[in-house]
Design a protein around this ligand. Structure first.
Ligand code: HPA
Length: 272
């Protein structure tokens, strides 16, 4: 993180606190094509407050279709519809500012969702996969630089980065969930078939362009993390046709009901 990061977090936390006094313990980050899920997760009639990212100090607006750019704060859960990616051109501080802000607001459990390409041969588009572990191939980390005063560890342990107890709860709630290792690439180009062969040999089951920076930051703040990927497409070279972002958004949207069911039951289980 850069030297001014804590100041940025404090300003962002203030922006949110000016709009709501709610301090939920659970936060969800919705990935590509999943922004619509928010209306079912935190119904506005319940008095939840929705804040556009541009109204939160330092957040900016996501530039990618399928990412709405709002933070909705309810009693039990805060939901970020849309995230920032490293490939959008900002710094990794920009990418992880929302997670640091959620931690600053008192969140203790972070559920991250994303769209991913399926590398493992038995994955199909539309599968939901619990992230069991990750491989950071972005070539950088948001934790490089001075340690953020809000973080509890200079060298966060990543052994159980994706909380085993939370994963067990998720599997009980949706027994059809698969499990796999997520490899993070910087993007924005999709991978070449040769890169997919390399990733498979490295032990990756899924590939995407997000999530890992946020999880690194979350672990440095001591948050419990659960990650769920939607397999939106077979990885490059596997389907015999080119990859297309529209397909990623459409498949993301098509599993909406199953994802809402899982996320709402997870929130209920974690809150209990
Ligand atoms: N590769 C990288 N990121 C992705 C993919 C993919 O195939 N699908 C969705 N996000």
């Amino acid at each position: 993180m850069q030297a001014d990061f804590r100041e940025r977090v404090e300003k962002a936390v203030c922006s949110v606190k000016r709009r709501t006094e709610r301090a939920p313990g659970i936060a969800i980050v919705l990935g590509s094509g999943l922004s619509e899920v928010i209306d079912d997760l935190v119904p506005e009639p319940d008095g939840a407050v929705t804040i556009a990212y541009r109204e939160i100090s330092g957040f900016g607006s996501p530039s990618i279709s399928g990412h709405r750019g709002t933070l909705t704060v309810g009693d039990d859960v805060a939901v970020m519809a849309g995230r920032f990616h490293y490939y959008e051109g900002g710094s990794l501080d920009d990418v992880v500012l929302p997670v640091a802000t959620l931690a600053g607001l008192g969140v203790h459990t972070l559920i991250v969702t994303n769209a991913a390409g399926g590398i493992r041969r038995d994955y199909r588009p539309g599968d939901l996969v619990l992230i069991a572990d990750h491989i950071n191939l972005m070539g950088t980390s948001p934790l490089i630089g001075p340690q953020d005063a809000g973080s509890s560890a200079r060298f966060p342990d990543m052994t159980d980065a994706y909380d085993p107890a939370l994963r067990e709860i998720a599997c009980e709630l949706d027994p059809d969930l698969k499990s796999g290792v997520y490899a993070a690439m910087s993007g924005p180009a999709y991978e070449t078939p040769a890169e997919i062969t390399m990733l498979e040999r490295l032990g990756a089951d899924l590939v995407g362009m997000s999530t890992v920076p946020e999880v690194l930051a979350a672990r440095s703040y001591g948050l419990r993390v659960l990650g769920v990927s939607t397999v939106t497409n077979l990885a490059a070279g596997r389907a015999g046709k080119p990859l297309d972002h529209r397909e990623v958004v459409e498949v993301g949207a098509s599993i909406r009901d199953r994802m809402v069911g899982l996320l709402s039951r997870l929130v209920a289980a974690v809150r209990a």
